[in-house]
Design a protein around this ligand. Structure first.
Ligand SMILES: [Zn+2]
Length: 484
């Protein structure tokens, strides 16, 4: 058994035990590690580099739509959180509190932010005076703490990282337009950068954000058939502006409450990348998000330092000049076979092998991570071929994920087939729903599935047949799934 085989066999097969596979990949690919504090993880450099690429792609889009970044305090006075009744009720079960500062007992305890509507609302009430101050379009990159009982790296951790946008508008229509603009931005980001196709739509009132008027979300399907919420965009209406007294003088000199939105995407998206694209050999990162897009591995035999290494180093320089994130692993202590397995596990989209025979032939061998297909390319045309090949890999991963999503959306006309799909096939079940919370509750209790989204375009269309749970007239076509 060679090094390569030994290494690959260290991971549980994905089809055998998905959650064990997930945790092993996270640790063995060095994305994250556990700490002595329950539910708190370290995002290791390889995982953080992925998050940095997510940040870059998202930040670019946030700014291109007119938003600016700011930073608000980590701590929020309890009295602020209590101002919006639904908000405090929704979040209080998972808030961490600071009661002592240094040696002094605090007069008012401080929440470690579970989200920042309250502190931002307070500040906005000071800053906004007139319609001329609107729209106010601010985003924050921050850490968040929610005291979770059951945790899993990236998917659910006590502390996590995210961006949270908080905007104020003159009219209800502008607030709704912003909410939908961000929803569309999240969808485009997931599909273009992460190669993850998503369903987008609104949440049911039962599933909405605590304090929002309406929540919209993009949802993806993981390889085990469970859904994962990728991002949410909330229309807050005037709930928080009334609670925090955020008023402005409108164009006819009348005092009005602003219309608000808030929206966020988190480090969960790293977990989605693992669960959507990963395979039995480990991670498969889409090139646009991969920390290293191309790993050059010189085949270390004979006098390779003189014959092969210069060609490998030149290849890396050419690729970098072509805008490719390329690196070389010229370590003597690891065999080429070990390196192949290692970079497959770490999800590097493309491997370039250069051995003595390749140098003589003036070529390199490219090995795709997604399909493991090989092709020989002249060294002289490497810098031209690789960027195109990376685009093909990006498109290939997206097409594969989309085919999986489409194959796993099933219609259910009655409750028996609804239950059967969730029990035997999982994925999304598209079914007619009467709009009643009792039916949602029953479905959740009996099948563990919740309404993930109600697509906007399908809601407008005929809702179809009777409610899948109660048989009364359907109000909307909803996508149900078990979810992370
Ligand atoms: Zn019903």
């Amino acid at each position: 058994m060679n090094e390569n085989e030994r290494r690959v066999k260290q991971i549980t097969q994905k089809s055998e035990d998905f959650s064990k596979w997930y945790v092993e990949v996270v640790q063995k690919a060095e994305l994250a590690d556990y700490t002595p504090m329950k539910g708190m993880m370290v995002i290791r450099p390889h995982g953080y580099a992925v998050w940095e690429n997510i940040q870059k792609g998202l930040d670019l889009r946030i700014k291109a739509t007119g938003h600016v970044n700011a930073y608000f305090p980590l701590f929020i006075p309890e009295s602020f959180l209590k101002k919006e009744a639904e908000h405090v009720a929704g979040f209080s079960p998972e808030v961490a509190w600071v009661t002592i500062g240094g040696k002094e007992e605090l007069e008012e305890r401080l929440a470690v932010r579970p989200t920042s509507e309250a502190i931002i609302g307070h500040m906005y009430s000071k800053w906004i005076k007139s319609w001329r101050d609107l729209p106010l379009l601010v985003n924050q990159w921050a850490n968040i703490v929610r005291w979770e009982k059951v945790t899993r790296p990236f998917l659910r951790t006590t502390e996590f990282l995210w961006q949270e946008g908080h905007t104020c508008h003159e009219t209800a229509e502008e607030g709704e337009a912003e909410t939908l603009r961000i929803l569309a931005m999240y969808k485009e980001f997931c599909e273009t950068e992460l190669a993850i196709p998503v369903l987008s739509g609104r949440k049911s009132l039962r599933e909405k954000f605590a304090g929002a008027q309406m929540t919209y979300a993009v949802e993806a399907l993981m390889a085990d058939g469970k859904a994962l919420q990728m991002g949410t965009s909330h229309n807050l209406g005037q709930h928080f502006s009334k609670a925090f007294d955020i008023k402005f003088e409108d164009r006819s000199q009348t005092l009005q409450y602003v219309w608000q939105t808030s929206w966020g995407m988190t480090t969960r998206t790293v977990g989605a990348l693992i669960m959507v694209h990963g395979d039995d050999s480990g991670l498969r990162f889409p090139p646009r998000i991969a920390p290293v897009q191309v790993m050059v591995v010189p085949i270390s035999i004979g006098n390779w330092r003189e014959s092969v290494l210069p060609a490998a180093l030149a290849a890396v320089e050419n690729l970098k000049a072509a805008g490719v994130r390329a690196a070389v692993d010229a370590r003597e202590e690891a065999t080429p076979g070990w390196k192949f397995a290692e970079y497959e596990m770490r999800g590097v989209p493309l491997r370039v092998e250069i051995g003595p025979r390749d140098v003589k032939a003036g070529q390199a061998v490219l090995v795709r991570r997604d399909t493991k297909a090989k092709e020989a390319v002249p060294l002289a045309s490497l810098a031209a071929r690789v960027p195109r090949l990376l685009e093909e890999i990006q498109a290939g991963l997206f097409a594969e994920a989309r085919a999986f999503l489409e194959a796993n959306i099933r219609d259910a006309a009655d409750y028996e087939s609804f239950k059967s799909v969730l029990e035997n096939q999982r994925g999304f079940v598209r079914a007619s729903w009467c709009g009643g919370e009792a039916c949602e509750e029953k479905i959740k209790n009996e099948t563990m599935a919740t309404i993930r989204v109600i697509p906007l375009e399908e809601e407008k269309a005929e809702a179809g047949g009777p409610c899948v749970a109660c048989g009364q007239k359907g109000q909307a076509l909803a996508y149900f799934a078990r979810a992370y």
